[in-house]
Design a protein around this ligand. Sequence first.
Ligand code: UGA
Length: 438
Amino acid sequence: MKLSVIGVGYLGAVHAASMASLGFEVVGVDVDHAKLDALRAGKAPFYEPGFDELLAEVMPTGRLTWTDDYAAIADADVHFVCVGTPQRRGSHSADLRYVWAAVESMIPHLRPDSVVAGKSTVPVGTAAEIAERLGQSDGPVVVWNPEFLREGFAVADTLHPDRIVVGVPEGPDGLRAEQVMREVYAAQIAEGIPFLVTDRPTAELVKVAANAFLATKISFINAMAEVCEATGADVVTLADAIGHDARIGRKFLGAGVGFGGGCLPKDIRAFSARAGELGVDQALTFLRQVDDINSRRRDRAVETARELVGGSFRGRRVCVLGAAFKPDSDDVRDSPALDIAARIHNEGGEVVVHDPKALVNAESRFPALTYEPELAAALAGAEVVLVLTEWRDYRELDPLAVADVVAAPRILDGRNVLDAAAWQAAGWSFRGMGRAHG
Ligand code: UGA
């Protein structure tokens, strides 16, 4: 079986290489030549642990090719649509321009017996619209096969996902497409990974519902952090205690500067916007609160850092540790860390940002900030240190050694990952997010 993958970003590139590693012949198509050139050279165009190794394994097999020529998809049996669906400028809804551009470019090359499998996160109803555009009866069958991979774990999540969801249309076409998708995912099915067949709207909704739930869980604990701050209680202990209840679970109860990235923030907004179009906006009003709680955490981090330096950032040297929206990624889209750094810069702080992998992306987004690739140099002379992305390098910092290089030992642990007692014992003014502090 031959597969095509349209759009070779974090999702598509990893999907293409993973499927090639399982033995399929795969062609990855994109209009971005820089990405294609890197991939052809066997280099990941973004930082993703394990991806370079995967490329090194599959590129020599000849089963994986990268091109900007849509004609190359003509003999593929399944076409995975993996293009981005960012937030529309000036609105909360999803911008589907890349989906439609991909569909239009695919049309001349699609065999009627092929399957188009959408993976991009889209507003519910998009699959049906694509099917309409492709011609319901004589066009290829459109199925929805949402992707749940996390950046930083993209390879493992693609090869061994928690579940596979495939939304198919009713009737014989749907049954045939289901069979094709079962062949595509035969290795995962053999591993015992749940394979759920649904209708298309359910499959589209599964994705946004999952991300909405995750965002809500994070904002729930961050709301508790606000209450903890008002009472002197400790949100980390609280999360540990409620997390022992198996119905609640400890995962995604990490209180801190909140969620960012290219998915959770824009997905909850697009989901609310879509609910409004469908006349059920009240059902998702709470997602506005989820978003608001999340952005208040960034305000709180700025306030706490300002307090630590005595009320004003003007002329103060501020060391920001972390630019990526989470560790093990170089993605800075809607990154809480960079947003906080930029706000402090705008208040007159002399901000120096360090990140193990995301400095190039950060600099292209916020050129006005100062970026320092050496951790020790970033810390040197700092009047306050802010840990805003929980990279291992930061979690393992030695409070005594760092105290020797900064100008003043003051630290905000924006991710609640440091041992507060150890830092305080080393003489630091230590603040967390929603934590009792000394
Ligand atoms: C998220 C979902 O977790 C994936 O399942 C989904 O496939 C993906 O979006 C997507 O839609 O493509 P990702 O954006 O890679 O994955 O990142 P997450 O690990 O979900 O983290 C999102 C944000 O939440 C990060 O900024 C992280 O720092 C923050 N977070 C996470 C917290 O603030 N607290 C937590 O306890 C967990």
